[in-house]
Structures are given as C-alpha cells and as structure tokens.
Design a protein. Structure first.
Length: 324
C-alpha cells in the first residue's frame, strides 16, 4: 500500500507519510491482545480467590462472586485496551509487538473518550461481539475491507485510525543513466509515464540477461516505443533501447526518492514519534591485515562516481558588460 494512503494532510497541505494498518496485521495484534487478556483474567481470578479466602465465610456468596466476575470481565475487555491506548501512546501489547498505533482521525494522539468508545463498540459488536456475534463479525470484517483507511466499526464511531509505526526496507537494483544521457534525463517530462509501464520496463531490465535474441531486442524495442511516446524531449544521441530505458527509470527513481525524502521530513517535523531515529554508532576503520612476504596486495575496488546534476549558470545582462 502507498505511504500516503492514510489521507492525513498537515496544515501546510502536505500529505503525511503514514501507512494505515490493514486486516492481516490487525488480526495478528488482536490475537496477541486476546492472549494477554487471558493471562490478565487468570491473574485476576487468582487474586480474587486469595481475597475470598481471607474474608469470613458468610460474606462470600453468589452475589459477591457475580459482582467480582463482572468487574474482572469489564476490566479485561474494556479497561485493558482503554488504559493501554491512553497511557501507552495508543499501543496495546499486541499493537506494540506488531508495530501498530491508534491515533485520532486527524493525526493527533488518541484521547480517553475515543479509546473508551472503541473498546465499548468492540465488545458489543466486534470482539467478542456480545450482540449477534456471527453477524457482527461478518459486518466488522466487511467494513474493514471496504473502508479506504482500513477502519473497523469502533474506529468509525470513535473517529480514530490505526497506522503502522515500522517500515520494511526492500533492496532492488536501480537502473542508472550512462554519463552521456545524464543531462538529458534531468530535463525529461515524466508526467505521462504511468506505474504499469514503468514496472514493465523495470522487470525487463532486471531479466534482460535471461532473454535470448531476437526476443530480447524485440521486447526492448516495444517497451521503448511505448515509453518514448509519453516522454519528452527525445534522446539526443543514438543508443540501444535498454540504455534509454535505464536512463528514464533511473531519473524517475531519483525524483521519487527526492519527493519521499521531502514528505518524510515534513512527517518527522509534524509527527516525530513515527520516525525512528537512525543509530549513531561510531564506525572505526579496521586495522590493515598483514601481507605475507612475496604476496601482492589485493586490488582496491572503488565504486563508480555518481552523476551530478548539471549546473545552470544565469545569463549575464548585456548592460552589465557595457557598464564595466
């Protein structure tokens, strides 16, 4: 899912980079919370049993057992999520383990009233669903699957949202432009290049060495014909189609990374608790290994220099030269 799918917008009209939680991660968090609630219920039962043994026998009756049982059940089903979300930054034990957080629909911290509303609606119609369990479960799952933000019934009533607090790092090879096409790539208009066509070109470049001729050249010509029809300006020199595709995708990736960094900078400024600080461990250079006599030193492999953006110098005013 895209990072902006939460639909949260700051006061400066900038979309915050927040990823909403969907059904799978929320069910996993619910299972962990149910396990935690069972442990809490067991501890409360042991505590009440110890208290009852200390009371006189004539005071322990069915009414007291019923009252304490109702009180313990209310604490486990309602008190646990309310207290955890209110005083643990919107995270229960299950949400903390999965990396989820409950926030207000406008991006602010969840309040006590919102947490209480979520818990009461959840107990009544979602989990355990005291009112028509099977029907309410189906209705709750349907609402989560159809809502754009993945909200359940309790979220809709309370005005809350569940978001991810972690991101998974995925490494992919990034195509780059050859030095002769770097300046051309910076001037490209990629507004009409859609995601499907860019994905097809990226998949082709990732598997280009697996294709045999003439299929490889035919696929390259077809993809480049589609890409060339939606970008401007045309390339300034003749080159293989794969070189053009790599230059276009490399420039598209560079611009996407730049936009992502700007959005995350805004998110870090407006919502710093969602952005984890990178580790600042000191990196010490390793001591050089001793080379045995008569052995040659291994070659040093240096990474290729990254292309830099062309420097555009402002044109001088003719009047300044005459004045000089």
């Amino acid at each position: 899912m895209p990072w902006s799918d939460a639909g949260l917008v700051s006061g400066e009209a900038v979309a915050l980079e927040v990823r909403v939680a969907r059904l799978g991660s929320r069910v996993l968090a619910l299972l962990l919370d149910v396990l935690t609630q069972l442990v809490a219920a067991l501890l409360l039962a042991v505590l009440f049993a110890l208290l009852f043994t200390a009371l006189p026998f004539e005071l322990v009756d069915a009414a007291l057992n019923s009252a304490t049982g109702t009180l313990g059940l209310a604490f486990v089903l309602v008190g646990y999520p309310v207290l955890m979300e209110r005083f643990n930054n919107g995270q229960t034990v299950g949400k903390l383990a999965v990396g989820l957080r409950v926030v207000s629909a406008d991006g602010g911290p969840v309040g006590l009233r919102q947490s209480l509303t979520r818990a009461l609606v959840g107990v009544a119609v979602e989990w355990p669903g005291l009112i028509l369990p099977l029907v309410s479960w189906v209705a709750g799952v349907t609402v989560m699957l159809t809502d754009r933000r993945g909200r359940r019934l309790g979220d809709l009533v309370a005005g809350t949202l569940v978001v991810h607090t972690r991101t998974a790092s995925v490494w992919r090879p990034v195509p780059t432009a050859v030095p002769a096409l770097v300046n051309w790539a910076y001037t490209l208009d990629l507004s009409r290049l859609d995601d499907n066509l860019a994905l097809a070109a990226r998949q082709y470049l990732a598997r280009v060495h697996r294709f045999a001729e003439p299929a490889r050249s035919r696929l390259a010509r077809g993809l480049w014909a589609e890409v060339a029809a939606v970008i401007t300006p045309p390339p300034p020199l003749a080159a293989p189609e794969t070189v053009y595709l790599a230059a276009v995708l490399g420039e598209r990736h560079r611009r996407a990374v730049q936009r992502l960094q700007q959005r995350r900078a805004v998110t870090a400024a407006l919502w710093p608790e969602l952005v984890a600080a990178p580790p600042t461990a000191a990196i010490r250079p390793a001591a050089p290994e001793s080379t045995p006599p008569g052995a040659s030193n291994p070659p040093v492999v240096r990474p290729p220099a990254q292309p830099t953006a062309p420097t555009v110098r402002p044109a001088t005013v003719a009047g300044e030269h005459h004045g000089a």
